[in-house]
Design a protein around this ligand. Sequence first.
Ligand SMILES: Nc1nc2c(c(=O)[nH]1)N[C@H]1C(S)=C(S)[C@@H](COP(=O)(O)O)O[C@H]1N2
Ligand SMILES: [Mo]
Length: 452
Amino acid sequence: MPQLSLFLIVKDRFETPIEDCFMSRSQRGLFELYRENPERADRLIFGRIAHPDRRGFLRGAGLAAMGAAIGAAIPFHRNMPAGFIPLALAESDDVIAGKDGLTILNDRPINAETPPHLLDDAITPTARHFIRNNGHPPVDVSAETWTLTIDGLVDTPLTLSIADLKAKFEVVERALTIECGGNGRAFFDPPAKGNQWTFGAVACSKWTGVRLVDLLKAAAVKDGAVYTAHYGADTHLSGDPEKRPISRGVPIAKAMDPNILVAFEKNRAPIHPMNGSPLRLVVPGWPGSCSQKWLTRIQLRDVVHDGAKMTGTSYRVPNRPVAPGEKVDKADFVIIHAMPVKSLITSPQSGLQGADRSIEARGHAWAGDRTVKSVAVSIDFGATWSEATLDDPVNPGAWQNWRAAVDFPGPGYYEVWARATDDHGMSQPHAIAWNPKGYLNNSMHRISVTVA
Ligand SMILES: Nc1nc2c(c(=O)[nH]1)N[C@H]1C(S)=C(S)[C@@H](COP(=O)(O)O)O[C@H]1N2
Ligand SMILES: [Mo]
């Protein structure tokens, strides 16, 4: 686990104030630091100074720290370029137990996405389900002692164990899509701060649990309730027990949607520790942030919830189209509700070389609270389109699988583009509807193919 030991080293080094430190150190991870300013990150983490010839001189404690993080001395350390993360630290496949092939975007908190070609399955395997953490996951969780409280504006506050949930309410299994509101942020220009998700902060797994609406009925929600407030057991990066990493909610009408689950199993196994074990909310079609992990409490409120990452500009977009880079008044931001129509090409993998003249392209499409009506595919940069075969969702809230026979006219370089349209006639755009925080990029997915 090189990454974990690196946390400690980073933390130790950060304990001593660094005079020109440019960030709240405790809240940044290795990858974020290097992305923002690799040479500065080098200096902060390893004390490495960039030489004009672009080598980075590592000495003493810095060299020892990097060696310890990698697990071996580095004989040729004098040749290491400045401002780069050694591959042994950057290659992350085996860093998160039970995850496979994810690209780590940040390690404090852990954020990792799945390359599109690894999302080919109709039901996303747990090992391929992305991770979006705002804080530190709880440790030593126990499904036996875990409880969920429903309180606030209810006649009958409830505190239920997972065994109670299973015994007292109908247990259902649903394939449900979760997509982070910031998926696709990496393509914003000018860039937007935050995790630089490309395509893979989306997944559709099979979740087993009880319907939120059934719990709300049992608790007898009072008339004045307008919003839910979700709380989880993860801790704030600052270590301050008074602060929550994230606590979001949904309008009461959405909370009554029978497709929202309080889930205790994913793909018929315990939920992965990074995906909210032992209990989480799954709110399909809305920003992933609504789907509270490590769920402990749902409070009913008479105001729009004002928990962590509900206010300011978090998970909000301007109430009108804005020009790229435009400054937007805080008062003009609105909370994101349903996510827009989108699709992904999961096969072939982009960059395929020596493809046959005839191939199958396939993937998934989803549309927030709506249904996808059609998916079209183009191999001529959007001049002509042909309709793909599109499956119905296996249940409401699940993404829809599509496939298309693609016949290339001859050898050469092609791009395959996919464009989904929802049942209200909304299609995916070519361009990104830019917004300051980098949300809701549903522009078309393109892959490249070279035909032999
Ligand atoms: N308790 C808690 N719940 C959370 C988060 C979190 O940091 N803490 N992140 C949210 C965000 S922003 C997203 S996109 C989804 C991601 O779910 P996943 O990590 O299981 O893929 O979880 C949401 N639920
Ligand atoms: Mo998210």
